[in-house]
Design a protein around this ligand. Structure first.
Ligand SMILES: Nc1ncnc2c1ncn2[C@@H]1O[C@H](COP(=O)(O)OP(=O)(O)OP(=O)(O)O)[C@@H](O)[C@H]1O
Length: 266
């Protein structure tokens, strides 16, 4: 099977200074890649580079990012905007802050989808309702008529997943989608993301500090330190038999944390 996404020897610089260097990985339809590494190692920078949202200071200075055979690094802004949402979706760390506080959830989902296709409010309510039911938001009418502040953190996070998934993107980029949630809700959101993969064969890149989430969700992982790839391989192999000294250290510290978390969940 051909790759959906291929990141080839990519270097990303802010203000001309390389921040992430020579990163390569690939992702097939339906696969999930986890990116782990300490704070500031460049995880979000990789996600932003794929989405073309590095800002004025940031630039892919070497390498290519291929999506379905098209090079995202030199795609026109207009075309990239079309891709975002329909082909490539995104779930943020704190979806509530990405939502407008003074407009209802339903209005915002309608607006997001209308950017890409002509669709009635009624149809959006039906489509959103279907996805919401699948991800544990049973009372979709109430959710759609609510403002973000009227919903809990976990509910807003599910709204974020619903908004990303309503256009059935082939690739979902999730930047710490569970870190703002308490442990029980984290587990539910993970299960919902896995359900999305099962239902739609969505490929995902998941940035997380939580190795428990990595183990549960991902097929492969990429370990970053200071913008350098320390290890890249199948999740079980890397977690259970890390080769790189940094990965060993990272796994040692997080596995410890993870055991404490799991005890809390059960
Ligand atoms: N717009 C920017 N301009 C300049 N430097 C930036 C910019 N955005 C990020 N950086 C720097 O790039 C490096 C990588 O940041 P990034 O946010 O990708 O790390 P991260 O691994 O996602 O961290 P965290 O786990 O804390 O979210 C950091 O040193 C950060 O300060």
């Amino acid at each position: 099977m051909d790759s959906l996404l291929r990141v080839e020897h990519v270097t990303i610089s802010y203000n001309g200074k390389p921040t992430v260097e020579d990163v390569s990985f690939e992702l097939k339809q339906g696969e999930i890649l986890g990116i782990v590494g300490e704070s500031g190692s460049g995880k979000s920078t990789i996600i932003k580079a794929i989405m073309g949202i590095l800002g004025e200071e940031g630039l892919v200075t070497r390498g290519d990012i291929w999506y379905k055979g098209e090079n995202l690094t030199d795609m026109s802004e207009k075309k990239l905007r079309k891709f975002l949402g329909t082909e490539i979706g995104m779930v943020f760390q704190d979806c509530k802050t990405a939502l407008c506080p003074v407009r209802t959830i339903g209005a915002q989902i309608h607006e997001a989808v209308s950017e890409h296709e002509k669709v009635s409010k009624k149809e959006i309510r039906e489509r959103a309702g279907e996805i919401m039911k699948k991800i544990g938001l049973d009372d979709s009418d109430r959710v759609l008529d609510s403002y973000p502040f009227e919903l809990s953190g976990g509910m807003n996070q599910r709204v974020g997943i619903c908004t990303a998934m309503i256009m059935h993107p082939n690739l979902l980029l999730a930047d710490e989608p569970t870190s703002a949630l308490d442990v029980t809700v984290q587990k539910q959101v993970v299960e919902e993301l896995l359900l999305m993969r099962k239902e739609y064969n969505t490929a995902m890149i998941l940035v997380t500090h939580n190795i428990g989430v990595v183990r549960m969700m991902t097929d492969r992982i990429l370990v970053l330190q200071n913008g350098q790839v320390r290890e890249y391989g199948e999740t079980e192999a890397v977690l259970d038999h890390p080769k790189d000294p940094y990965t060993k250290k990272l796994m040692g510290s997080v596995l410890h944390l993870n055991r404490a978390e799991n005890q809390e969940v059960q």
